[in-house]
Ligand binder design. Structure first.
Ligand code: FEO
Ligand code: CA
Ligand code: CA
Length: 654
């Protein structure tokens, strides 16, 4: 049947999967051919035989390094499946801490369903909670600040009477100023003070730390793009100030207590496609998928119309640093880390003291990046790290077929990054980081999501969520599966344990999907049960015992027979490559932001967009075919933060 139904969520999914990278690198045809033959021996991507399916995990195991130091997960595995509720492993409680529309600031009104209200929304918890960061107060694991990203909105779920099909003239005509402004206010982030009492977590009402950051919050631009000609607009002739952060997906906390929050699909907010030919810099717009025309804010706000304010889009797509301890502090867009569709900002203090941030650009065929500061982190004096992210070197990764890799510097004046190729200064390099990376010959990946460095063993894990447009012809060593529907995870080992080293080694930890289906070519350890496998890895986190947990985005009844969830993943020893299901979300939701308290006794997770529709199951306001934990007719499903604890106390999974 012809698909005519296009809510925001379906359009967004298409755009995320779109290929913006038309560059031809790497053309390593010979290398690829070499690798393909090797891959065929190990486990062919398609038409794989049952024999090679069993051989592949064995090869994986043979390559494993047994540190013997990491304890296994002791929880009883949850059964995979799907329904309208969330579920956690037996022996644990999963309690909703806060939901979209709940009060954040002291004078916020209670949630009222149905009608967009920008004044209320700017005081209430935003929509689509993604990244979560926990900052202990007084080093406590029972009292701290929880910072939350609000990535995007699903207007057809949030508000009554919104046309389900977002891409029509009728939808443009229908939207009013209140809805647009409420959508802007539902973006950004929240800072919550949270406390555990009698074993249960709650938000401290009226906290002096409480903060809402929105699509209007005043921010500062720092680093090489600050004040650059491409950053100047009629509202900001200095090119150093911008209102709001948009589509903040994942992120990270820094060791000096700040919150790094990452702008991902910022192209969704810009309008002006009809005028594309008249645009200022069409090649760059195309490379960044601008304007995507998902949200209709340009109807009331000229800055989101690229024909009226051609540089505004250059002021989004950055990593933003926020001090959650000071609700009056100005968030800073750190441009030295490059402009692209940032997923997260997994980080580590290198052994020489410099700060290293690993970053994925979440788009089909886009890149893995690394940023290394010039200065060393000063943990004794947190204020000394205030502007440490403004100076350093941005690199992009090339994964070679022999299992080694190179970090290629995006430095103006180095290699092809000169005036002759359109880069006049480092500002141009960071603003057009994708195009700079194209010229360097970076490896085109299967949608890089979260990247996290193990705090115990120093290895780095890269979530590659999927890419069903990968073909046999353009498969490469690091992205070996044609029509990669279920994604894979790469493990990077920095050379000599040095996260700033120019080179690294890498291998694939696991290819995701159903191991029982030969044509999928999944390579989970055979110890993985039928509940334990997953597709579409997205966020990941380490607990304080050094164990890896993986959250997914994209599992669905029709695709994998299960909803998204959180899986515990063994990375060492004989069980390496085994995963185990711990928590799953209601239908339509994605699981984001897993974060553990330092004592490992609480796990916070973000349940994003419960009830969100797909092509098969359109979801509209109060559609009874899509439900959620507190379903009541006439109320929308509400994204929530969930606190998970072990009944009777104790560490999660240990
Ligand atoms: Fe917002 Fe890459 O997920
Ligand atoms: Ca994500
Ligand atoms: Ca995602």
């Amino acid at each position: 049947m012809k698909q005519t139904f296009e809510p925001v969520s379906v359009i967004a999914e298409d755009l995320e999967n779109a290929e913006a990278n038309a560059s031809s690198n790497p053309k390593m045809d010979d290398i690829i051919r070499h690798r393909l033959s090797r891959r065929d021996l190990m486990s062919a991507a398609l038409a794989v035989s049952a024999v090679s399916l069993t051989a592949s995990p064995a090869a994986l195991l043979a390559a494993a390094t047994d540190t013997g130091a990491t304890p296994s997960f002791d929880f009883p595995e949850l059964a995979a499946g799907y329904d309208e509720k969330h579920h956690v492993a037996e022996g644990y409680d999963a309690d909703i801490l806060i939901r979209w529309g709940d009060p954040v600031l002291a004078d916020a009104p209670a949630f009222e369903s149905g009608k967009p209200d920008p004044q209320a929304q700017q005081l209430q918890f935003g929509y689509n909670n993604d990244f979560l960061g926990y900052l202990p107060l007084d080093e406590s694991s029972e009292h701290g600040l929880l910072v939350v990203n609000h990535e995007y909105v699903d207007p057809e779920i949030m508000y009554e009477g919104v046309p389900a099909d977002a891409r029509t003239q009728a939808a443009w005509d229908a939207i009013n100023r209140d809805q647009v402004d409420a959508e802007i206010m539902a973006h950004g982030g929240s800072v919550l003070e949270v406390r555990k009492q009698q074993g249960k977590w709650s938000v401290v009402p009226g906290s002096r730390y409480a903060r809402r950051i929105t699509g209007e919050t005043q921010m500062r631009i720092s680093g090489p793009a600050a004040g650059h000609a491409r950053m100047k607009t009629s509202a900001d002739p200095t090119g150093t100030r911008v209102h709001g952060m948009l589509n903040n997906c994942a992120g990270a906390m820094t060791p000096w207590g700040t919150w790094l929050t990452c702008e991902e699909n910022f192209n969704y907010y810009f309008w002006g496609k009809g005028q594309f030919d008249k645009a200022k810099d069409p090649a760059a717009l195309k490379r960044y998928g601008i304007p995507a025309e998902v949200y209709k804010w340009a109807k009331f706000h000229d800055r989101f119309d690229i024909t009226k304010e051609p540089n505004e889009a250059n002021r989004f797509g950055w990593v933003v640093e926020i001090d959650p301890m000071d609700p009056t502090s100005t968030p800073v867009k750190r441009t030295a880390l490059g402009r692209f569709k940032h997923e997260g900002a997994g980080n580590v203090i290198n052994r020489d003291g410099r700060f290293v941030v690993y970053q994925g650009d979440d788009q089909r065929f886009d890149y893995v990046y690394r940023f290394v500061t010039k200065a060393s982190v000063d943990l004794a004096n947190p204020a000394a790290n205030k502007d440490i992210l403004d100076e350093g070197t941005l690199y992009v990764a090339r994964f070679d077929a022999d299992g080694t890799g190179v970090w290629l510097p995006l430095e103006h004046g180095t290699g092809p990054l000169t005036q002759a190729s359109g880069f006049n200064d480092q500002g141009d390099v960071v603003i057009h980081a994708r195009m700079a990376a194209d010229l360097l010959g970076a490896t085109r990946m299967d949608r890089p999501e979260d990247i996290e460095a193990s705090p115990k063993i120093g290895k780095v894990y890269v979530m590659l969520t999927n890419n069903d447009k990968r073909t046999q012809e353009n498969a490469d060593a690091a992205n070996p599966r044609a029509e990669n529907r279920f994604g894979h995870i790469i493990e990077i080992t920095p050379d000599d344990g040095d996260h700033a080293a120019p080179t690294f080694r890498w291998e694939i930890l696991v290819r995701c999907g159903d191991p029982a289906k030969a044509d999928v070519g999944a390579t989970f350890n055979p110890l993985t049960t039928e509940n334990g496998w997953f597709g579409m890895p997205d966020n990941c986190a380490f607990d304080s015992l050094g164990r890896l947990w993986i959250a997914t985005d994209g599992n669905a009844p029709a695709k994998t027979g299960r909803t998204d969830g959180l899986w515990a993943m063994e990375t060492a020893g004989k069980a390496r490559g085994t995963s185990k299901l711990f928590f799953r979300v209601p239908i339509g939701a994605e699981l984001c932001g897993p974060v553990f308290t330092p004592d490992a006794e609480t796990l916070f997770v973000a349940v994003q967009h419960p009830g969100e529709g797909s092509r098969d199951t359109p979801s509209t306001f109060a559609d009874p075919t899509t439900r959620w934990p507190d379903f009541q007719p006439g109320t929308p499903p509400r994204p929530s933060v969930v606190a998970i604890t072990r009944r009777g106390g104790g560490k999660i999974g240990a």
